[in-house]
Design a protein around this ligand. Structure first.
Ligand SMILES: [Ca+2]
Ligand SMILES: [Ca+2]
Ligand SMILES: [Ca+2]
Length: 211
């Protein structure tokens, strides 16, 4: 397992459990041309988020810079593509950067997501939580969704809830990668969000879809 830096002894063990391919994940993604995701059973070991400095929203722009220098970095396989995951937290916010080596631009759209399962024994079920954005030239977007029912999700703010997650994505033509940056509150207290357990593990899925 790759070791991570944790300056204050806090670690978030992120157990990643998911399907290998997410076609059928939910109705919106059913139209995806291709998709892929990463699950714990792929590697058999949890990913651990490093404890690090917070990242302000102005640096969530679809470009990985020095703000990620204190993150834990993992190289994983997501369907057809290799991806770098950068994970960290500052005790309040959980941060994820995903660099997805697609090798090409998708004019019809490309999105990334992180699903937080409520561990009710059902994936993508009522009460599950998700952050997701489409790549939009680094524009910061509301990323906070929840599942009303299996494969049926909406933005929290579309159901009288509040947003506790944002993200931004962009295609980098030089490296031919999609790069996404997200942050979400670790435990917002909103019943539309699944809290993460800093001392334990969280069932988390990382994935992408192209159109
Ligand atoms: Ca950035
Ligand atoms: Ca669930
Ligand atoms: Ca939510």
């Amino acid at each position: 397992m790759m070791r991570t830096k944790h300056r204050a002894g806090l670690r978030a063990a992120i157990i990643v459990v998911a399907v290998g391919c997410l076609v059928g994940l939910h109705s919106a993604l059913a139209a995806a041309a291709a998709a892929g995701s990463y699950q714990a059973s792929d590697a058999g070991e949890p990913l651990i988020a490093a404890y690090g400095d917070g990242i302000g929203t102005q640096l969530l722009d679809g470009s990985v810079g020095a703000e990620w220098s204190d993150s834990a970095v993992y190289v994983v396989r997501m369907g057809d593509y290799e991806a770098e995951l950068r994970l960290k937290h500052d005790g309040v916010w959980f941060y994820v950067a995903m660099t997805i080596r697609s090798g090409e631009f998708f004019a019809a759209g490309f999105e990334a997501y992180v699903v937080f399962d409520n561990e009710d024994g059902q994936e993508y079920s009522r009460g599950d939580d998700m952050m997701s954005v489409s790549a939009a030239q680094g524009q910061l977007l509301d990323a906070d969704y929840y599942y009303r029912n299996t494969f049926d999700f909406v933005l929290d703010v579309q159901s009288a809830g509040a947003s506790h997650a944002v993200g931004a994505g962009a295609y980098d033509s030089a490296s031919r990668c999609y790069v996404f940056e997200f942050r979400r509150e670790i435990a917002s207290g909103d019943d539309r969000d699944v809290p993460m357990d800093l001392a334990g593990a969280s069932a988390t899925t990382y994935g992408w879809a192209s159109y």
